[in-house]
Design a binder for this molecule. Structure first.
Ligand code: HEC
Length: 168
């Protein structure tokens, strides 16, 4: 999803992006409309991307337990450069993402990719504690994005979002 980040940076500079800002200020379930408003193709790509992420995360657990730092480094790197969206987007789809996804989504995506880069780096240096730290931060980041943008898919997370609002 790295491409989304680049698009986002462009989007921030373009005033017509006010749509995204409005979404940002509203309730969690209204923001969800941003993702749900994506065309079938893009939605399928997002879904594939998510499934790859899940596989990657699950792959890391036994690799960590057996001290297989090399595999973690490779997986962290793959996640960082995320495969699918980057490879398959047409210009039209780029424009669509540009206008549909709220800025907060992009920020969370960006943060997630930063963390996977850090995981890759920690694995490269064979720093077990840091690997564990960044893996756990990534996990947190999955949940953090889902509880705002994917409550339609993971309804159990919608209450978490409300709690977060109250504690602020
Ligand atoms: C920046 C936001 C964001 C981050 C970060 C994120 N997700 Fe998601 N994820 C979504 C959204 C939005 C959906 C719902 C997509 C839809 O409804 O089409 C989703 C859906 C999913 C699904 C269901 C896919 C399907 O359609 O079957 C899985 C599995 C998943 N995510 C796993 C993960 C894992 C594992 C991580 C972390 C390693 C993660 N996601 C990080 C936004 C995110």
């Amino acid at each position: 999803m790295k491409i989304i980040i680049r698009i986002a940076l462009l989007a921030v500079l373009i005033p017509t992006m006010s749509y995204g800002e409005d979404k940002h200020n509203h309730e969690g379930n209204e923001i969800t409309v941003g993702v749900e408003a994506l065309s079938r193709d893009l939605r399928d790509l997002l879904s594939q991307e998510m499934q790859s992420l899940e596989k990657g995360m699950m792959f890391i657990i036994p690799a960590y337990n057996s001290g297989n730092w090399g595999d973690i480094e490779t997986t962290g790197g793959k996640i960082k450069n995320s495969y699918i969206l980057k490879q398959n987007l047409t210009e039209k789809q780029v424009k669509e993402l540009h206008s549909v996804l709220p800025h907060a989504f992009i920020e969370k995506d960006q943060r997630f990719h930063y963390l996977s880069g850090m995981l890759e780096h920690a694995a490269k240096n064979k720093k077990e504690e840091l690997i564990n730290f960044y893996f756990s931060e990534m996990n947190e980041s999955c949940l953090g994005c889902h509880s705002v943008f994917a409550t339609h898919r993971f309804p159990a997370l919608s209450s978490k979002e409300k709690e977060a609002e109250h504690s602020h």
